[in-house]
Design a protein around this ligand. Sequence first.
Ligand code: HEC
Length: 125
Amino acid sequence: MNRSIHHIVLMLIATWLVIPTAQSEALSGAQLYDIACEACHSLGSAPDHRVGPPLGNLLDRKAAAIEGYRYSEALLASEWVWTLPTLLAWLSEPDTAIPDNAMNYVNALTAQESQRLAEWLLQQP
Ligand code: HEC
């Protein structure tokens, strides 16, 4: 085997070993939030209004309850309360959960990731 082919074979083996390991490593709720929600939603003690409303203290909060944020008519009329089941239903398909809402979001998370993210988010102040 000449040297460069040898090199390519070693690289292929290395890639084959590395990729599945990286994919199987689970992202935490916080990491998933940063990837999937943080661009549009703030958290914490000094929340700002981004494209979406702040999401701190979400557990048992009525939907569309943040003062000064312009919600869609659909979310205002929904009478939803945010708990683990409602949050998971919302995230899995917002347009089915509350038609005509204004959250432009396509779920790219697995069921386990959504669960991990939702459990983490509902504990955030
Ligand atoms: C592209 C921007 C965008 C992304 C990304 C996004 N959202 Fe939203 N979200 C919105 C908007 C806009 C609304 C307001 C919807 C309305 O008024 O109908 C909203 C509303 C919500 C609400 C209702 C809040 C309330 O006060 O009732 C929850 C809960 C929520 N989003 C969770 C999430 C989570 C969790 C993620 C990440 C998995 C996420 N969103 C990703 C834009 C986004």
